[in-house]
Design a protein around this ligand. Structure first.
Ligand code: MG
Ligand code: MG
Length: 263
């Protein structure tokens, strides 16, 4: 996957279009969240998401991207990311990472949330909590004057403190008129290393954290990434604008978490 070379700085007008796209992804994930329960299939979730995206004047950002067949990436349990929706019903105790992209007014939104299906073990709930904490700690580093390595360092340190594996082969990215732009945003790194963060850079930050070891492999479907030790993996993603003192988070989990609380 090519991320391009040139880091683009977005104007304030472009940032507001990106915000609209990113917020639409959050609303789509909230609609998906309402449907998540034992017995539902990820293909059913995908259909709900696609309809919702099109009803809101946007295109699914992933469908057809590099040949990907669906609107959502749905990655269950040991699947890390890029899972293809299928007709296997979710069962009590599963977790499912739902990654969604939209294209609206020429700009992409890209956000992901990992959901519990029914009741999950405390051990797996802890992984979800810590992965989301990794995302928030990473976002704290997305400010003017820091470097890409500071984002990765914050994420990696927190995950490894809990004994989790940080996936190396897949990374966050710049976001704009393309779904994947420069720079790459690894979830591991060294402080003070890598490209300098500048005002107006838009980044999709997306920790992929494994309960066990960090190693992964590609499933035979050519898409799904799975942990080598077959232990579960979690994934959360926000779109943010690098700003002075504090990043501006464009996407939102608020509506998703209102649904989760209700269910
Ligand atoms: Mg994504
Ligand atoms: Mg992404």
């Amino acid at each position: 996957m090519s991320f391009g070379r040139r880091v683009q700085i977005k104007t304030d007008e472009e940032v507001e279009i990106l915000r609209e796209s990113s917020l639409l992804v959050g609303k789509t994930l909230a609609v998906v969240a309402e449907r998540i329960r034992p017995g539902v299939t990820t293909l059913q979730l995908d259909a709900v998401a696609e309809e919702f995206i099109r009803d809101h004047g946007a295109e699914p950002g992933f469908k057809g991207y590099g040949g990907f067949p669906n609107s959502l990436c749905t990655s269950v349990n040991e699947a890390v990311v890029h899972g293809i929706p299928n007709d296997r019903p979710l069962v009590d105790g599963d977790i499912v990472s739902v990654d969604c992209g939209v294209l609206k007014n020429g700009f992409y939104g890209d956000s992901a949330y990992t959901f519990a299906v029914g009741a999950i073990s405390p051990e797996v709930q802890k992984l979800l909590d810590v992965t989301k904490e990794c995302l928030m700690l990473a976002i704290e580093q997305a400010v003017v004057g820091k470097r890409i390595g500071d984002i990765g360092y914050a994420c990696q340190t927190h995950a490894e403190q809990h004994g989790y594996g940080v996936v190396r082969e897949l990374v966050g990215h710049g976001l704009g008129r393309a779904l994947h732009e420069a720079p790459e945003v690894p979830n591991y790194g060294r402080r003070g290393n890598g490209p300098r963060l500048m005002d107006g850079m838009v980044l999709a930050i997306e920790p992929m954290i494994n309960l066990g070891r960090k190693e992964i492999f590609h499933e035979e479907d050519g898409w799904t990434i799975v942990t080598k030790d077959r232990l579960v993996s979690a994934h959360f993603e926000h779109d943010v604008v690098v700003r002075k003192d504090q990043a501006d988070v464009l996407s939102s989990f608020i509506e998703i978490e209102e649904v989760i609380k209700k269910n």
